[in-house]
Design a protein around this ligand. Structure first.
Ligand code: ADP
Length: 602
């Protein structure tokens, strides 16, 4: 079995050749902690001199020198600490940067469907926030930790050097405080930390969903309470935080009280040592020294207390990073096998989403000849989008083979496959750049006139004409708004420019207005000329003229044929067609009724 590595050695793997920076920061931090103790010794000398010469204070001639020495060592400690932080920051930024780069590179090699499945919000959080958590740990917490460990050791030596009785008594609250802390930060805390992060992540994801649903919330006058999942995630986060705080209350109280109460123990001991008499000068000297010295125990221990918690935050961050890094990337061949033509074929393909209980596709087989146009129809959830995703290799089939031109997509280089297939998504996302650049993404070498030609063929002339700077208008700037249909037409222009022989069209489920719909259909028709087209039809408007229609239901092909054949056989498609026509005639009669009413009013 592979031994699980410690968090630190895992982090150090991301440091590359710059590990020495981290180690230097520790050494400097330890030196700084040791230097920080020296001023206390000089303070002791000052107190000693004052007590020795009392009441003739004029004899205390070394006070100024000792005072300055204390200041010099304090400043030296700060300077060395700065050095430690500089090293630690340099290494922390490098490690977090490398971690981000490595994760992003890995994500780019993962199946495209991974982002869709995991949710982009979650992936962003893992990449950004997990690496940031390690940044704080490495830049501040680790060097502080080195110092915090060195301080008690130095302190213990000093405590026993001056008066072992006072030394021992001031350690009592420290030890008891530690025991309280251990009770709080024991093994169950790692579990609690995990629960806390999961609850937070769940709430974040649900919040994103909620914000996405704002139009629905507004239109239907809903409130946050109707978003059961979101409300549930807030409630469970709240419950967890409250119960966790309650759990920590008593140990935290005792810990804070104890580590701040060393002076009370010292007073008690001083009184006992005095035994009701006037306190001896030497005892008094040590007593005053310890009263001044012990508060740094508090500072050091507070840092130590957060050590275990920070370690857990980093362990959790690393686990999340590994949840990405451990995913298998798509296999990639060195050289693509030669494709014979532009056909697409599924051979007994089964597929299941990683988080699903049942197969989304079950033994699906079909063939689309080169240059044919086929449509996939069927009830929602039937598997249409999954078919489209498998052709573009967003995922790999669990069983069976997806073939392009007779070659399994696994034996086609990713780059070649992407050049061979264009996917028009339902919600075409345009980038926040000019229309020209958005379209040119389809073929970075295309000239301006080629871009214009593609825009013209994709029926975008009216869009370009209405925009203030024509094709140089930046999408997403103030006052520039494109409707869903307009965005899709621009996306079609991009695909047109790419000019791939196979086109996968995921038809939008709804358009804002019929005019836009007609233009999009026209653009689709231009795009589909002489190409192999696989159309995911969520409505039946466009499928009638397809060479073949496949009816997908529950992940299986129920039926296939031309429109006429399918209408004739009276099965699922015929029923869908009938429903569709009824809905059209409703629309028509509603229109007529409206026209009649308007006529009557006139
Ligand atoms: P369609 O496009 O026909 O509406 P899909 O291909 O989107 O159908 O979905 C097929 C099945 O796979 C459905 O049961 C759906 O719930 C499931 N599914 C789709 N996407 C995912 C996903 N990312 N994770 C888990 N299950 C999914």
């Amino acid at each position: 079995m592979k031994k699980k590595k410690g968090n630190l050695s895992e982090l150090m793997q991301f440091a590359g050749k710059h590990k020495y920076l981290t180690y230097s920061s520790w050494v400097l931090s330890v030196i700084s902690a040791a230097l920080a103790l020296v001023p206390f010794v000089y303070v002791f000398f000052i107190i000693k001199e004052v007590i020795d010469v009392a009441p003739d204070f004029a004899q205390a001639t070394h006070i100024v020198f000792n005072g300055w020495m204390a200041v010099v060592f304090a400043i030296a400690s700060i300077i060395v600490y700065f050095g430690a932080l500089t090293c630690s920051h340099l290494s922390a930024f490098r490690i977090a940067g490398n971690m981000r780069k490595k994760t992003m590179k890995h994500i780019s090699e993962l199946p495209l469907g991974f982002i869709g499945e995991s949710g982009s919000g979650k992936v962003r959080r893992i990449v950004n926030e997990s690496s940031r958590a390690t940044e704080t740990f490495l830049a501040h917490q680790l060097p502080d930790m080195a110092g915090a460990i060195a301080t008690p050791i130095g302190m213990i030596i000093m405590l026993f050097l001056f008066d072992w009785r006072f030394g021992l008594i001031s350690l009592v609250p420290v030890i008891v405080g530690f025991l309280c802390m251990f009770k709080m930060a024991g093994p169950s805390m790692a579990e609690d930390m995990k629960k806390y992060n999961s609850a937070l992540e769940d709430m974040n994801n649900q919040a994103v969903e909620y914000v996405r649903g704002v139009p629905v919330v507004k239109t239907f006058g809903q409130t946050v309470h109707s978003f059961k999942k979101f409300q549930g995630s807030i409630d469970s986060y709240y419950k967890f935080c409250v119960s966790y705080c309650k759990k920590c209350r008593a140990p935290m109280l005792w810990f804070t009280m104890l580590i701040n109460s060393a002076f009370a123990f010292l007073i008690a001991l001083a009184l006992i040592l005095a035994g009701g008499q006037a306190i001896a000068q030497s005892v008094l000297l040590n007593f005053i020294f310890y009263v001044i010295f012990t508060p740094i125990i508090t500072t050091a221990l507070t840092k130590v207390m957060y050590m275990s918690e920070n370690g857990m935050i980093v362990a959790d961050a690393l686990e999340r990073i590994h949840s990405i890094l451990d995913l298998n990337p798509l296999t990639e061949v060195e050289k693509s096998e030669r494709m014979q033509d532009n056909s697409v074929e599924f051979e007994n393909v089964s597929f299941r989403y990683s988080n699903a209980q049942t197969d989304a596709l079950k033994g699906v087989s079909f063939r689309v000849g080169a240059g044919e146009t086929v449509a996939f129809v069927g009830p929602s959830g039937g598997g249409k989008t999954t078919v489209a995703g498998l052709i573009s290799r967003f995922w790999d089939a669990r069983e069976g083979a997806v073939k392009i031109g007779g070659v399994n997509v696994k034996n086609i280089k990713h780059e070649d496959l992407m050049n061979y297939i264009s996917y028009v998504f339902q919600d075409s996302r345009l980038l926040k750049t000019s229309i020209l650049e958005n379209v040119r993404l389809g073929n970075p070498r295309a000239s301006d006139s080629e871009v214009l030609d593609a825009l013209h063929k994709a029926q975008c002339d009216d869009i370009v004409a209405k925009l203030p700077d024509g094709i140089n208008t930046v999408i997403g700037t103030k006052g520039v708004y494109l409707s869903g249909g307009e965005q899709q037409r621009i996306a079609i222009a991009r695909v047109m420019l790419k000019n791939a022989p196979i086109i996968v069209l995921d038809e939008a489920t709804a358009y804002a207005d019929p005019e836009n719909e007609a233009l999009v259909q026209k653009a689709f028709a231009q795009l589909s000329k002489d190409k192999t087209v696989i159309m995911i039809a969520h409505r039946l408007t466009t499928v009638k003229s397809a060479d073949k229609i496949f009816v997908l239901k529950n992940g299986e092909i129920e039926d296939s044929g031309t429109h006429e054949q399918l209408v004739e056989n009276g099965l699922l498609y015929a029923k869908m067609w009938k429903d569709y026509q009824t809905s059209i005639s409703w629309k028509v009669s509603a229109k007529n009724a409206k026209a009649e009413m308007q006529g009557g009013v006139k």
